[in-house]
Design a protein around this ligand. Structure first.
Ligand SMILES: [Zn+2]
Length: 283
């Protein structure tokens, strides 16, 4: 679920709210999502307790928490890759712990930062600073869609090694990072491109439209999410989306009925009129 715009706002919240707090208690309630490389898994809680949350960063669909201090006064990094189903929750310790809570950090102000995951698809890494490459795919991320936009020429060059269907090229993160299933549908709708069109078949006009949409659509979502999410950072805000999750509703551009296709377990919503193409030819 969380994509660049969601995590951008989550990171802002964490920085504003948690910077300088320390971990007083750590519980790996369901350790299966935890890859503890900085310390053996059975020593994870003991290792992280006492450390201070110094800084928070986001790269594509990953969030990082930098920690320091503790008994050995050393640095650690927590990297969260929520994939489709994970989320961070910040709440009072009295808040009910859902069965989907995998990790809980109690902080020095008494609040708790929890990692929840509905489908156990995400991963949390506990790393030494030099172990970042162990977080799968983190270091393979392309330029972020919320960073300074690449020029059209640089963007076109950037896409060249990626030859598959354009939606898959966008969501895999190697060409540009931060786009997932929902914002890929929104970006391709804004650009008027059939989601299953091969990257190699995109015309110069389509590449220009994609270049515009890939930076504009996620950036436009940030202020809206900031307002709607507030301090419920685990909440999924999706009602502003124009096509994703809206199959059978009217297209906001042409009023015809939106459609959807599920392929490889991923749902794609689009408008057959505004994003013409053929699944058979997969042009
Ligand atoms: Zn339409």
């Amino acid at each position: 679920m969380p994509e660049a715009p969601d995590l951008y706002v989550v990171r802002e919240y964490l920085e504003r709210t948690l910077t300088g707090l320390s971990v007083t208690r750590a519980e790996a309630l369901r350790p299966i999502v935890l890859r503890s490389l900085a310390a053996p898994l059975e020593r994870f809680s003991e290792d992280i307790e006492g450390r201070t949350l110094d800084a928070f960063w986001r790269r594509g669909k990953f969030l990082g928490i930098e920690l320091s201090g503790g008994a050995d006064n050393a640095h650690r990094t927590l990297v969260v890759n929520p994939m489709l189903s994970g989320a961070l929750q910040h709440c009072a310790p009295t808040e009910r712990v859902s069965a989907r809570t995998y990790l809980s950090l109690t902080l020095s102000d008494g609040s708790q930062l929890r990692y929840t995951d509905d489908d156990q698809m995400g991963m949390v890494y506990y790393l030494l600073p030099e172990q970042l490459a162990h977080a799968a795919r983190l270091t393979e991320q392309g330029p972020d869609v919320l960073d300074e936009p690449l020029s059209l020429a640089a963007f076109t060059d950037r896409l060249k090694p990626f030859r598959g269907e354009i939606k898959g090229v966008l969501t895999r993160g190697g060409a540009v990072s931060g786009i997932g299933n929902a914002y890929a549908d929104e970006v391709l709708f804004a650009a008027g491109i059939y989601p299953f069109k091969k990257r190699t078949s995109l015309s110069p006009a389509e590449l220009a439209a994609l270049h515009d949409a890939v930076y504009r659509v996620p950036a436009d979502a940030v202020p809206l999410l900031r307002e709607r999410m507030g301090d419920t950072i685990h909440r999924k805000v999706r009602d502003h989306l124009k096509v994703h999750g809206r199959a059978n509703e009217a297209c906001p551009a042409c009023n015809s009925k939106l459609t959807h296709i599920t392929s490889n377990g991923h749902r794609t919503d689009y408008c057959r009129q505004c994003q013409p193409g053929s699944l058979l030819g997969r042009r």
